[in-house]
Design a protein around this ligand. Structure first.
Ligand code: TPP
Ligand code: MG
Length: 319
């Protein structure tokens, strides 16, 4: 697979942008600067990055409660996202939605979503709309392993399959739904096997390998654009943090955590790019520094932005 050097560097930068954003959220959440709940994406960056690298600005994504990585990968701006997390007026939802409701219709982000699996029919609807308008837009629907056990998954994937809708289901199998292991909640070893129940192709890839995700989702997006219907790609990955910030994670063992930390997608891709001669150590360090500066600015923007006024509470409730 030949990928342009610039594209590879963009993918690295994006993964670092997501990680730097998440690490800062950990800090600001602990300091009490972010109200509500925070479900972090650290560890899973290769999935959103590899998947969204196949999309155009006018394509769609539907996201989850663990959505920061998806939103950044689809082009979401970290300053407006941070402001939203802070509940500030300059945020994506004018500070009234928070982490789990960020949306930007102009770049196809149809929303993070606090209801597990509720983004599945929304992705189908976006894909149906593209079909009815005669465009070749596609929708990527990001879902967790847990969401594949919901009724919405069955109904949504089944109908999208019957109608050959241009949707790609990217299942982020991070092995847990809250504290419930997928091994205890599903007999299948590979969740991509679920695809056969709907008559669509399914594939399992190593979710911490950004190029493997890019390639598999790329084939699925190409199928969808040609009108050949949905595909389900399972990406096996791991969340570095708890289900939510504050989760004591008593259901994970130290051995498990350590073994996955060794498979961290970011150092892995960095080494790969250095070996390929795409980046030098200095280039990679410079990208890390640039992302630190960007997130520093995002936090400053959030801190300095005003809170929404109480009398604005009922504005923008309906689109
Ligand atoms: C319909 C519904 N049921 C339960 C919950 C509570 N809940 C929030 S996240 C979550 C687990 C989701 O697991 P998974 O789909 O694997 O996503 P992950 O958190 O691992 O990214 C649950 C049960 C919810 N938000 N919505
Ligand atoms: Mg999960």
């Amino acid at each position: 697979m030949a990928i342009e050097k610039e594209k590879l560097i963009d993918m690295y930068r994006l993964m670092v942008r997501i990680r730097t954003f998440e690490e800062r959220v950990v800090k600001e959440f602990a300091a009490g600067n972010i109200p509500g709940a925070a479900h972090l994406y650290a560890g899973e960056e290769a999935v959103a990055t590899g998947a969204c690298a196949n999309l155009r600005p006018d394509d769609y994504i539907t996201s989850t409660h663990r959505g920061h990585g998806h939103l950044i990968a689809k082009g979401g701006k970290t300053d407006r996202m941070m402001a939203e997390l802070y509940g500030k007026k300059t945020g994506y939802n004018k500070g009234k939605g928070g982490s789990m409701h960020i949306a930007d219709m102009e770049i196809g982000i149809l929303g993070a979503n606090a209801i597990v699996g509720a983004n599945i029919p929304i992705a189908g609807g976006a894909a149906l709309s593209a079909r009815m308008r005669g465009t070749d837009q596609v929708a990527i629907c990001f879902i967790g392993d847990g969401a594949t056990n919901t009724g919405r998954f069955h109904e949504g994937v089944n109908l999208a399959a019957c109608w050959d809708l241009p949707v790609v289901y990217v299942v982020e199998n991070n092995m847990y739904a809250e504290s419930t292991s997928i091994a205890s909640a599903c007999k299948l070893v590979n969740l991509s096997d679920r695809a056969s129940a709907y008559g669509i192709p399914g594939k399992t890839v190593e979710g911490n390998d950004v190029l493997a995700v890019y390639e598999a989702v790329g084939e699925a997006v190409a199928r969808a654009r040609k009108g050949q219907g949905p595909t389900l790609i399972e990406c096996k990955t791991y969340r570095h943090r708890g289900h939510f910030e504050g989760d004591p994670q008593t259901y994970k063992t130290k051995g498990e955590i350590d073994s996955w930390l060794k498979k961290d997608p970011i150092p892995r891709f960095r080494e790969q790019l250095i070996e390929m001669g795409v980046l030098t150590e200095e280039d990679a360090d410079k990208i890390n520094q640039e992302m630190n500066q960007e997130i520093e600015k995002a936090v400053k923007f959030a801190e300095e932005s005003p809170l929404p006024a109480p009398e604005e509470a009922l504005e923008n409730v309906y689109a």
